[in-house]
Design a protein around this ligand. Sequence first.
Ligand code: GLA
Length: 392
Amino acid sequence: MSSTPFVAAGEPSDLVEEVRAAFAETYGVEPALVTRAPGRVNLIGEHTDYNRGLVLPVALPHATFAAVALRDDDQVRIGSLEQDEPWTGGPDALSSATGWAAYAAGVVWALGEAGIPVPGVDLLVHGTVPLGAGLSSSAALECSVALAVCAAVGVPVDRQLLIDACIRAETEVAGAPTGGMDQTVSLRASSGAALLIDFDEGTSEPVALPLEEAGLALLVTDTRVKHALVDGGYAERRADCEAAADALGVPSLRQATLSSVSAMTDDRVRRRATHIVTEIERVRETVTALAAQDWDEVGRIFRASHASMRDDFEISCAELDVAVATAVEAGAVGARMTGGGFGGSSIALVPVDRVDAVVRAIDVAFVAAGFGPPAHLLASPGPAAELVWPAP
Ligand code: GLA
């Protein structure tokens, strides 16, 4: 048994009760239903989604719960137990919502744009996905709201339509030019598995991740360095990738080869493209290594991925580098930064009996480096977004 105080995912039944009670208190009525949508951590395939590449994320056990009731008018009210400011507005205000509420109001707007007849709704959300940690609290919020609103309206749930609406909310209303991995895994994951998503083919399939059988845990370390995808670095990387594809005369870096990239003359753009082309290959290699249960090979690929993000894509930071290097020194099979970068979280594959030692080593290394304390959580791959109350 571990003695480390991990960030808890919470008991789903407790979270449902909490959000139902808070909904009744806030709006004076019972919600019609409650949904749950998970955050995610990406095993490998970073910044490859918007390059039509491959990614391999898992759904976290940490999730956002959304309670909803339809209204008789067209007003939308959105509250959160984790945020101070509720949001209220009519249909015309949805697409100009700002701050955290943009992710929820944006979804209501995008569902309307997709032809779902959405009336006014009251929404209340509550969850355990750490905010600003690179673990897709925004996708969890979007997907829980999208599923809740669709289910309350009574239209058949088309998961691809929900994914597309959530992506529109994030890119067009919240203004984060992200690539679609987070929403796809939140709505399509399966328990005990990672999800291999191919953004060129538009397909996804589960890839078994028998961590327990292998005696391994997936340790996520939140550096607490806040990352925000609406800040400039993410969009700059995206622009560099588009410039690289243009220079190579290919529709996206998915179609580029390493030899053509190596011949590029702009040093920065060449290094960005090198990361993408090699990272897509590393996703393939990881899937092969997982099928063979070759965990040492998975660890080697993780370490190569981290070096590529640190040196070529330049999205790591001192805290992430320390977390990754220390995890490996203290016994992790492999570790890498995960998510958009510029802060956020790292992941490490750690033998179960080394987890406490790895956590302690990272904590000590952070103190020694003068960083603030990190937070840790265990990522056992959980299920996709679902209706949780009334019991389906
Ligand atoms: C963020 C984005 C994703 C993806 C990752 C990097 O999480 O939301 O679309 O681009 O960064 O892999």
